[in-house]
Design a protein around this ligand. Structure first.
Ligand code: AHR
Length: 328
């Protein structure tokens, strides 16, 4: 069980601590000595998010952390409201996955003034003031985009499905302004520059949802005469694109190559079936590392500013091998 230490003990630890990067835990949400965490989740937009929420809830239960959980339905104002409510409730630690990168300084300053430490998880904020949070746990989204771009460059001949010497890519972007949408586009763009045949001919947000991916792909299929590749910023949008491609009488994975990010079970199943060509993994099982960081932060211990999750990639054969043991 993760236990909250008294304010006096935190003070003692902080005196000798080199970190002092923030507020230390001194609030008092409950009468017992367990940690209370306020968690402001993005929403329930994707299979990845469902797995992430489950990991956080299960680990909190296992570790005896009292979890106050809110679902912002992909709206920044809801997340800000949730964070303000956690501040009022004097939780020991606030964790959240910011739906978009900007616009957090005011509410994070409020948390800092209330001496409630904040942990960023999954997505980061774009702020010059890094003292507003203790640490950021999550993936390197630029690297994920780079891995997708590298694969396409390596498989460019095959990706030129109509063999006309151009490789036209349509991009299904994640939520506008979200770190994974910005960074996955950036990493991909950087890598595909190595092959002048590859061009992103259309790019639009599908909001990380299956329905969004399907609708955007339907419109791309009408407006773009020669699509060779779909690059979707997550599996769900890729799965929506598959539905649209099949409805248009084309074969996903063959007539149009598909690259996605996440590697959730549904995505891996489509990859193993040949409907997706390559998936870059993004690990949603952040619960254990998050609770460990929360314990340290509340105890006033030093934590790294950045904790990057380890991830791999899957082609179709690797998906077949990995699927039986896939947890999510
Ligand atoms: O922030 C992680 C991203 O958010 C996942 O890749 C996507 O599926 C989710 O909605």
């Amino acid at each position: 069980m993760i236990r909250r230490v008294s304010a006096a003990a935190v003070g003692a630890v902080l005196v000798g601590s080199l970190a002092a990067c923030g507020s230390g835990g001194s609030s008092d949400a409950s009468d017992d000595d367990s940690i209370t965490m306020g968690f402001a989740q993005v929403g329930a937009e994707s299979g990845w998010r469902t797995a992430n929420t489950q990991s956080i809830k299960e680990t909190a239960e296992e570790e005896g952390v009292t979890l106050k959980f809110s679902d912002a339905q992909q709206k920044q104002e809801n997340q800000i409201k949730a964070i303000r409510s956690y501040i009022q409730q004097k939780v020991d630690v606030i964790a959240f996955s910011p739906v978009v990168e900007t616009g957090w300084d005011t509410v994070l300053q409020e948390a800092k003034r209330a001496k409630i430490p904040v942990i960023l998880t999954d997505r980061s904020v774009d702020s010059d003031d890094t003292s507003l949070y203790e640490t950021f746990l999550g993936s390197d989204f630029v690297l994920e985009g780079e891995k997708a771009g590298d694969w396409l460059v390596e498989n460019a001949d095959d990706a030129d499905t109509d063999k006309n010497g151009t490789i036209n890519v349509v991009q299904l972007e994640g939520t506008t302004g979200a770190a994974p949408a910005i960074d996955r586009a950036e990493g991909f763009k950087e890598k595909i520059a190595a092959d002048p045949r590859i061009e992103v001919t259309a790019s639009q947000t599908g909001d990380f949802t299956r329905d969004g991916g399907k609708k955007v792909m339907e419109s791309f299929l009408k407006s773009q005469p020669d699509i060779d590749v779909v690059y979707a910023h997550n599996d769900d949008m890729g799965l929506g694109a598959i539905e649209a491609i099949e409805a248009a009488g084309k074969k996903p994975g063959t007539d149009i190559k598909i690259i996605t990010v996440d590697a959730v079970k549904d995505g891996m199943t489509a990859l193993a079936e040949g409907k997706i060509n390559f998936i870059v993994e993004c690990n949603p099982l952040l619960g254990p590392q998050l609770m460990d960081l929360a314990e340290k932060v509340v105890a006033g211990e030093e934590v790294p500013e950045r904790v990057v999750t380890e991830e791999t990639t899957f082609d179709q054969e690797q998906a077949k091998a990995a699927l039986p043991d896939r947890q999510y």
